[in-house]
Ligand binder design. Structure first.
Ligand SMILES: [Zn+2]
Length: 176
């Protein structure tokens, strides 16, 4: 069965932090503030996966008051989540489509590398991981540079439970 999930995240931009987006460091004078590395793109994707799988949200799975997750790599958490879904829930990622909202810096030069890094963490080809970047033309908190936001949509496929009839064949599903 196919299922779809949506994720959204936002973080404040501050001085004295590295800017980590899509699992890579992007050169910029500010970075995103947060308990982890504040990778807003990874967080939106993780929330979309959790939503599709019906597993709650990122705060429930990786609590931000847990010292174990202080400064942790969000890419590592994404990998952990995808592995958990695959092994324990028989769920695999079909594709991801994400948008990062930021006035600055220009993200176009880094998009291909982000897609490669994210697809490797999720164990799917880069063609199935779309990352886009947009500005809000100076409007709102992303436009003023106060922060960045990210949206993600993820499709997952859940393995059907093995239902085998008495004669060893899969039951015929009734049409309607
Ligand atoms: Zn976040």
């Amino acid at each position: 069965m196919f299922r779809v999930g949506v994720g959204y995240d936002a973080h404040r931009l501050v001085k004295g932090r590295k800017l980590i987006l899509g699992g890579m460091e992007v050169p910029f004078e500010k970075g995103l503030e947060g308990h982890s590395d504040a990778d807003v793109l990874c967080h939106a994707i993780m929330d979309a996966i959790l939503g599709a799988a019906g597993l709650g949200d990122i705060g429930q799975m990786f609590p931000d008051d847990d010292p174990a997750f202080k400064g942790v790599s969000s890419l590592g958490l994404l990998y952990t989540l995808v592995e958990y879904c695959r092994r324990k829930r028989k769920v695999r990622i079909v594709n991801v489509d994400a948008t990062v909202v930021a006035q600055r810096p220009k993200l176009a030069p880094y998009i291909l590398q982000m897609r490669a890094i994210l697809s490797k963490a999720m164990g799917i080809p880069p063609e199935r991981v779309s990352v886009k970047a947009t500005t809000t033309e100076g409007m709102g908190f992303t436009g003023t540079g106060e922060g960045m936001a990210a949206y993600a949509v993820v499709m997952i496929e859940e393995e059907e439970p093995e239902e085998v009839g008495g004669d060893g064949r899969r039951p015929v599903t009734s049409g309607y």
